[in-house]
Ligand binder design. Structure first.
Ligand SMILES: [Fe+2]
Length: 261
């Protein structure tokens, strides 16, 4: 029943995404295709987390569904506002939640509320307190699965862009400046980094090292992160950006937490 439910939901989702193609046979606009591929990876990551954490079949089903739906609003966001920047358009998590409600894809489903909540809060700095166990599992699985794929996306971007000359590809952040003290202090204190404190490309990369310190909820997520070499990639890249000794200090902190599992 879990597999059938997911297959039905996935075909509704695919039909929804197909509507953003000029013709059904045509490719999506490239930025939308990136989100479609991202979503497929987030679903795969969510499956691995649910397996690794030994979730029961019903919980795993909610996690996979929430992963599939978490960025539903990205296509319409790009179409309407021509940007993925929420601050210049809409909160894409709220937008995704509202589209899923409007489409009625989860109507009558006993896990509807848990899945919708996971979609709604997937991008929030802080997760609401007092969630029931099913909702909590769906919320944290999607957030971890999303971060794991954002690691992949950054590495792909660095590998395929000339970041030294094309700083536009990296949010116009200065590429050779040192990390900002506020960012380093937040990570040292195991606090999420405030996005307003991001002043340099090193800060942007360090946010993700900060996720390895305190942003991955499940041991399975930390294991996948370690197996995929995401910390090593960031350490090497940060050394290209700056010779600030804080880079090794923060990366060592993340490595110690990763080794603990
Ligand atoms: Fe998202």
């Amino acid at each position: 029943m879990g597999a059938r439910f997911f297959a039905d939901l996935a075909s509704k989702y695919a039909a929804y995404v197909d509507a953003y193609r000029a013709f059904p046979s045509l490719a999506l606009p490239p930025m939308m295709e990136l989100k479609r591929v991202h979503t497929a990876h987030v679903v795969d990551n969510a499956k691995l987390i649910a397996e690794g954490e030994g979730f029961d079949a019903e919980t795993a089903r909610a996690c996979e569904a929430a992963a599939l739906l978490h960025d539903t609003g990205r296509y319409e966001q790009l179409k309407r506002y021509n940007t993925f920047r929420d601050s210049d358009s809409v909160d894409h998590a709220v937008f995704s939640h509202d589209i899923v409600v409007e489409k009625g894809w989860l109507d009558g489903d006993p896990q509807r509320e848990a899945i919708l909540t996971a979609v709604l809060v997937h991008n929030r700095r802080d997760v609401p307190d007092g969630l029931d166990p099913l909702t909590e599992a769906a919320v944290h699985t999607v957030r971890d699965a999303d971060k794991l794929d954002i690691f992949r996306v950054l590495e792909h971007q660095i590998a395929t862009t000339d970041w030294r000359t094309n700083c536009k590809a990296f949010w116009n952040l200065p590429t050779t400046a040192r990390p900002s003290p506020a960012v380093l202090d937040a990570i040292r204190a195991s606090r999420p980094v405030d996005y307003q404190d991001i002043k340099t490309l090193a800060d942007f990369v360090l946010i993700q090292v900060g996720w390895m310190v305190c942003g991955l909820r499940y041991a399975t997520s930390r294991r996948l992160c370690a197996e995929r070499g995401h910390l090593a990639f960031r350490r090497t890249f940060l050394h290209e950006l700056t010779d600030d000794p804080a880079v090794d200090e923060i990366c060592d902190l993340a490595a110690a937490i990763g080794a603990r599992g």
